[in-house]
Write a protein that binds this ligand. Structure first.
Ligand SMILES: [Zn+2]
Length: 323
């Protein structure tokens, strides 16, 4: 039941947990962030989520057991009715269905916890509060470590049988590169940050010149973050440019395929790489769609997500509002 009381939102990611407390008008009153545990199991992850929410509530000056509810956006297989999360590959030891809603709620006096897919709730947030406010249908494309998608049709999230929106696994090349999912030729095999890094490492090992790994060392990182890719492009690094060209082509091809089926009003580009590269790359993705759009005289609008880092947590909190 929706009330005017503040609500909680938690974006549960593979590297970080972002918690917010927001009022009924979706204004963020407090926020906190924790690294996602890399060892242990669901109980450890839930403990870290509870700490982040507790801290966000303190920052908001709200007692967490008075929240009207807590919404969670999580990766993996979600059963909101049962309150369980399963097969969350990026979370430690989280394979079988685990009663996330009940255990998290129990830490705050039994407050109701709603579960949703992380990418879908971020799409819902852009639809309700962000870059797609004036539209009735959209495709959210979250370009980061992988490439996730969310769909809103006629103002309602489209979940299919629970597995819709996997835009990253639309094939863009027959017998193409192997995707981190194991299949061949998926868009994510060319555009996901993890896959791009694997390609860069191989090319570097094979003797191709690139500053990517030098920049990584300068920044004291052990992986090629969005910021490192952006810096390499600023320096005119040819390998980085070539891999990003491939990524843009692959995204454009897959998104155009989805548009030929769904014909949405708008495409919203989010995620770490999407937000980092911003408007110029949204335009490039729009251009890369054109050769594949069947109705190319009236292409959908392509925009960058507006809500940034807090979009996932705001979308998670929206689930409390909506039900
Ligand atoms: Zn795949």
């Amino acid at each position: 039941m929706a009330t005017d009381a503040p609500r909680g939102g938690i974006d549960l990611g593979g590297t970080k947990i972002q918690a917010i407390v927001a009022n009924a008008k979706h204004q963020v009153l407090g926020q906190a962030r924790r690294p996602t545990p890399t060892e242990g199991g669901p109980a450890d992850v839930i403990a870290a989520m509870a700490e982040a929410l507790q801290e966000a509530a303190e920052a908001a000056n709200v007692a967490p057991d008075t929240l009207s509810g807590i919404g969670v956006g999580a990766p993996g297989a979600i059963d909101d009715e049962a309150g369980t999360l399963a097969r969350a590959g990026n979370l430690p030891g989280w394979r079988d269905p685990y009663p996330l809603a009940k255990e998290l709620g129990a830490r705050f006096g039994g407050v109701t916890v709603r579960l949703g897919n992380d990418v879908q709730v971020a799409t819902d947030a852009e639809f309700t509060l962000g870059a797609a406010r004036e539209f009735s249908s959209l495709l959210g494309v979250f370009w980061g470590t992988g490439v996730g998608g969310g769909i809103v049709l006629d103002g309602k999230p489209w979940l299919g049988r629970g597995a819709a929106g996997e835009i990253g696994h639309i094939p863009v090349r027959h017998h193409g590169l192997q995707c981190p999912c194991g299949r061949m030729g998926c868009m994510e095999a060319y555009a996901g940050r993890r896959a791009m890094e694997a390609r860069a490492r191989k090319a570097h090992k094979d003797g191709e010149k690139t500053d990517l790994f030098k920049i990584m060392e300068e920044k004291g990182r052990d992986r090629l973050t969005s910021g490192i890719w952006a810096r390499a492009i600023e320096r005119g690094d040819e390998l980085a440019e070539q891999l990003l060209n491939d990524a843009v082509d692959a995204i454009g091809t897959a998104v155009a395929s989805a548009c030929n089926i769904l014909d949405p009003d708008a495409i919203i580009i989010g995620g770490g790489l999407g937000v980092r590269f911003g408007e110029p790359y949204a335009q490039r993705i729009s251009d890369a769609m054109m050769p594949h759009l069947f109705h190319d005289d009236d292409p959908p609008v392509v925009r960058v997500a507006e809500l940034g880092d807090l979009g996932g947590a705001l979308g998670a909190a929206l689930q409390v509002q909506d039900r």
